[in-house]
Design a protein around this ligand. Structure first.
Ligand SMILES: [Zn+2]
Length: 105
């Protein structure tokens, strides 16, 4: 019985994770159409689900949300991406916050 319960918990996390990915794809869609209010809303919901179920967002999704103002970051639209000395600098165009991480091939 203990095992079954554990299995169920994993399943819930799985569904939550799928929902997060879906929300991020919605966010991207809305950002592309300049519906920034909606894209930010979807990003917020995705983060909230992640926190609720204690799911660590993969780095590629984490980078899509501004740490400072929680805006959804779409390169070329709501964020500016620059490559410099093997580092990627992402600037949030909403608040100007910059984030740097190493660039990997
Ligand atoms: Zn920001």
């Amino acid at each position: 019985m203990g095992r079954a319960r554990k299995k169920k918990k994993v399943l819930i996390k799985d569904i939550a994770y799928q929902r997060i990915q879906l929300l991020f794809s919605f966010a991207e869609n809305e950002a592309r159409q300049s519906n920034l209010e909606w894209s930010n809303r979807y990003a917020y919901l995705a983060r909230k689900i992640g926190m609720k179920y204690r799911i660590r967002l993969p780095p590629e999704l984490k980078r899509r949300i501004c740490k400072q103002c929680n805006s959804y970051l779409l390169p070329g639209k709501t964020s500016r991406v620059r490559l410099k000395n093997n580092n990627v600098t992402v600037t949030c165009l909403n608040c100007g916050n910059q984030k740097r991480y190493p660039y990997k091939n």
